[in-house]
Design a protein around this ligand. Structure first.
Ligand code: AMP
Length: 560
């Protein structure tokens, strides 16, 4: 240990812990009257918001929730969820954001595993909750969230309905200080293999993440992505990595916030228009749905800045959004990382270059944000050169990464092998500091002794004008080990077969972007590509579907 100088604090000096309550208190200082909006149903000021957080804290405390307890929420994106994101951790309890898109069996697993004591259930999920209620081992009480006139439901040990309870509660609560290393939130990974794993984040981690996120989005890059005059609407679920932590940043800055409830692309477009939304974030598939929404046809989305993450952003989607006035910026992160790790930054050198080159960089995973260290590691734990060429597993260090998996010490140790968090992503790091994600390790296609990036091939195929959506996976091949297989959704009225796709890809082979084995010898044209609970391509399901189609000689298939 270095012998650095540590000066003991003066007597009476206050050591301020980094707690979420401090983020809440700053937003109202800036903008007391600014609005928080829920669909076309509710709007209120920051002053009311702060009072409601205090009321909720009183309701929960009176219902018996104590510091250290886990309180779970089953809801779509709402003002009530935002209130839970503050009130629950601020009384020292842990907020479990339930992924309501998992199967009932997996939800049951996560709720028992997380030790949920108290559950807030949106009336839409009452049937789902009822289907697992008898097998819940730790839940003591429930509370109903609803937009309906009917303010009760058949839930075991129901304390009451949210709005009624809030109305009757005191609008003051003296939120205590406590250790900033207390766990504030937990949720489960959406992995498609095995049981979901619990990640968890402390107040200190969330506060540092919020400060870094706000400073990056507010000051880096040629265009300020998030400032106090922006109007924020999330389009990634609050149950998944706290909607990327942006509700915390938006609240800290006192931004107008718009919560859209269950995602309906038509309503999203209407809310965008009516509330004058300027900043959102989503995964590529949701953006595609918004672009396709009927309500948006013929509309110029000018002034809408959207962060795209969660999956690779391809050039075609970037350009399609740009043609409609939307400015996209790619970012990278994962459940284990709170999530922000990197965000595209177009520095002076790139600004001076061509538009084409700038797009190439805008759609990469971006440059690690302040306080994040990123490196590339070989399978035997050696750090590899950041030369833009050498591929290896992306590994990370930052103050806001989950320190393990809840109650799974062995898996936690594997996550942190060699003292770095392992992402499971193959990447390169280049001279500009950019991370380029080549693939998930398990999705890389190993064909004829070469490694082929399914993401790269998806990007090249997406440039075909007939292609609306694409997924590429490796399928077993007796001769080559694996061969790429492509699943396509085409624009209305378009046709494309395996031969047409080959013609499209040939120039990329000739220019050396891909080798000739990268051309799929078989494709399937479908109307829908399977997605995971958070809207990403579900490659495990896709592989199973393909095997079934091949066994049945399905008519979807087109072969060279
Ligand atoms: P999840 O934990 O479900 O949020 O998934 C995290 C994974 O999504 C990462 O490990 C990546 O494989 C993928 N991902 C997230 N952002 C990007 C990005 N910008 N480009 C490519 N893949 C991404």
């Amino acid at each position: 240990m270095l012998q650095t100088r540590i000066i003991p604090p003066a007597e009476n000096a206050h050591d301020t812990p980094l707690l979420l309550k401090r983020l809440l208190l700053s937003g109202i200082r800036y903008e007391k009257t600014r609005e928080i909006v829920y669909r076309d149903l509710v709007r209120y000021s920051y002053a009311t918001f702060n009072e409601r957080v205090a009321r909720l804290a009183n309701v929960l405390s009176e219902a018996g929730v104590k510091a250290g307890d886990t309180v779970a929420v089953m809801d779509w994106d709402s003002h009530r969820y935002l209130e839970c994101m503050f009130a629950i951790p601020m009384i020292g309890a842990v907020l479990h954001t339930i992924n309501i898109r998992l199967s009932a069996e997996q939800i049951l697993y996560t709720m028992n595993h997380a030790d949920d004591k108290f559950v807030l259930v949106n009336s839409e999920f009452v049937p789902l909750y009822k289907s697992i209620e008898a097998q819940l081992t730790t839940v003591e009480k429930t509370l109903l969230l609803t937009d309906e006139a009917e303010k009760t439901a058949d839930l075991g040990n129901l304390v009451g309905e949210y709005e009624n309870l809030l109305a009757a509660a005191s609008p003051r609560y003296d939120f205590p200080d406590f250790d900033e290393n207390s766990v504030a939130t937990t949720f489960y990974t959406t992995g498609t293999t095995g049981n979901p794993k619990g990640v968890y984040f402390t107040h200190r981690q969330l506060v540092l993440h919020t400060l870094a996120e706000a400073s990056v989005l507010g000051s880096l890059d040629s265009v300020r992505l998030l400032g106090t005059n922006d109007v924020y609407m999330p389009i990634t679920p609050m149950f998944h990595v706290h909607a990327w932590g942006i509700p915390y940043a938006a609240t800290m800055l006192g931004l107008k916030q718009v919560y859209p409830g269950r995602y309906d692309p038509e309503l999203l477009v209407q809310l965008w228009q009516k509330e004058k939304v300027t900043f959102s974030h989503c995964v590529p598939t949701i953006l595609q749905m918004v672009l396709n929404a009927k309500a948006g046809q013929g509309l110029d989305f000018g002034g809408w800045k959207i962060i795209i993450g969660g999956s690779a952003l391809n050039r075609s989607l970037y350009q399609a959004a740009k043609a409609r006035g939307i400015q996209l910026t790619a970012a990278y992160g994962m459940s284990e990382t709170c999530p922000l790790i990197s965000c595209a930054h177009i520095n002076e050198e790139l600004l001076a270059g061509s538009e084409d080159e700038r797009i190439t960089y805008r759609i990469k995973a971006g440059v690690p944000v302040p306080l994040v260290e990123a490196a590339i590691m070989s399978a035997d734990g050696k750090l590899l050169p950041a030369d833009g060429e050498t591929q290896g597993e992306l590994v990370l260090r930052a103050p806001w990464l989950t320190m393990g998996y809840f109650r799974e010490p062995q898996k936690g140790a594997e996550l942190w092998e060699h003292g770095w968090l392992h992402t499971g992503d193959v990447a390169t790091l280049d001279d500009f500091g950019f991370i380029d994600i080549r693939d998930r390790i398990k999705d890389v296609i190993k064909t004829g002794g070469e490694w082929l990036s399914s993401l790269e091939l998806e990007d090249l195929i997406s440039r075909h004008p007939a292609v609306r959506e694409v997924a590429v996976v490796g399928i077993p091949d007796p001769q080559w080990g694996e061969r790429p297989f492509s699943l396509l959704v085409l624009h209305d009225g378009q046709v494309l077969d395996a031969k047409g796709l080959k013609e499209h890809l040939k120039p990329f082979v000739e220019q050396g972007h891909i080798n000739k084995w990268a051309i799929p010898s078989q494709i399937a044209v479908v109307t829908d590509i399977p997605k995971t609970s958070v809207g990403k391509l579900d490659k495990k399901r896709i592989r199973t579907d393909i095997a079934q189609w091949q066994a049945a000689g399905s008519a979807f298939l087109s072969t060279l």
